[in-house]
Design a protein around this ligand. Structure first.
Ligand code: C5P
Length: 310
């Protein structure tokens, strides 16, 4: 006999967003395998949903639906499951368990920190489900144990990231920016892109400059100025591994984008448009060129992990 579905009220749901890096400066690899970063993150309106409900103590499972769901591990390798287990280990291993459900729209291994967003969502959702006495700072510290982008995915908005990208300060940003995202047919492995960066940059600096030009453009709310200063040190490495990316970036520039950039370690490309109408135009024209798997129009900044209250 089929198990009756639990009522919707049993679920705690959290919405999480994708991110792009408006500036991504990368330094020489450290002995721990991580690279120092000086980066400006912006959350954009591409959302996954993470739901959790009680399961037996010590039991953790996940179901993944939505875009590219078949490419996300639905077992203990899933970063959201690791997040739930991490919290449970600290707060009551003999008492806590959870069933997780993830609905995807953020591209998988696309340079938009979708896995980290899912971990952030699981941390917040489990802390509410289990009624844990935990502060946002403590939650961010657990996030940093799971991955360098998880603290930002909890916080969202616009932030300067240093250290591994996990030491965050909010950045003042005026207005809303219109982006067109070109999603790629295939994935890129972040560690592999960083390794290629090392090969291409044997003399990468240890100390990195602050991305002040990007921060100044954000304060002024000037999209054209922001478009001119977008910068990603990982772009040559990502393009060396996926030469087609250069064609995609060139196509967006030719179609009038204010700026074009590979998002994080790629392969998603992000194009800044002057306004909503320009973004609609750009997305239609880019999609007719057939260079990518899909085109999405998004805006940023948007919040990070937030409880969905219905
Ligand atoms: O922290 P996370 O597991 O998301 O990072 C994935 C990989 O990306 C790391 O194992 C490392 O190879 C690379 N990385 C890095 N320097 C950073 C962030 C990530 O080298 N600051």
């Amino acid at each position: 006999m089929a198990t009756p579905l639990a009522p919707e009220a049993d679920w705690v749901r959290v919405r999480v967003s994708g991110k792009i890096n408006l500036a991504l400066r990368v330094g020489a690899v450290r002995p721990n395998g991580y690279h120092p970063l000086s980066t400006v993150f912006q959350s954009v309106s591409l959302f996954d949903e993470v739901g959790v409900r009680w399961d037996e103590p010590g039991r953790f499972s996940v179901t993944v639906t939505g875009d590219q769901a078949d490419q996300v591990p639905a077992d203990d390798r899933n970063l959201a499951v690791k997040a739930a287990r991490l919290l449970a280990r600290s707060y009551g291993p003999s008492r806590l368990g959870a069933e997780l459900s993830i609905r995807k729209t953020i591209p998988v291994a696309g340079g938009m920190a979708g896995g980290s967003a899912n971990a952030a969502g699981a941390l917040l959702a489990c802390s509410v489900l289990w009624d844990l006495d935990i502060t946002p700072d403590e939650l961010r510290a657990y996030g940093a144990q799971l991955g360098a982008d998880v603290p930002f995915q909890l916080m969202g908005g616009t932030a300067l990231g240093t250290g591994r990208g996990d030491e965050l300060v909010p950045v003042l940003s005026r207005g809303s920016y219109h982006w067109v995202l070109a999603l790629s047919e295939d994935e890129l492995s972040t560690p592999a892109v960083f390794r290629r960066f090392d090969e291409l940059n044997p003399d990468a600096p240890v100390d990195l400059p602050m991305p002040t030009d990007v921060m100044n453009a954000l304060v002024s709310g000037d999209a054209a100025a922001l478009g001119r200063v977008l910068a990603n040190d990982l772009e040559p490495a990502a393009a060396a591994m996926r030469p087609g990316l250069l064609q995609v970036l060139a196509a967006g520039r030719e179609l009038g984008a204010l700026g074009a950039i590979v998002s994080g370690a790629g392969p998603t490309c992000a194009f800044l448009a002057a306004n909503e109408a320009a973004a609609v135009d750009l997305s239609v024209q880019l999609s007719s060129q057939g260079l990518c798997r899909a085109i999405r129009r998004v805006t940023g900044p948007v919040p990070g992990a937030r409880l969905i209250t219905t």
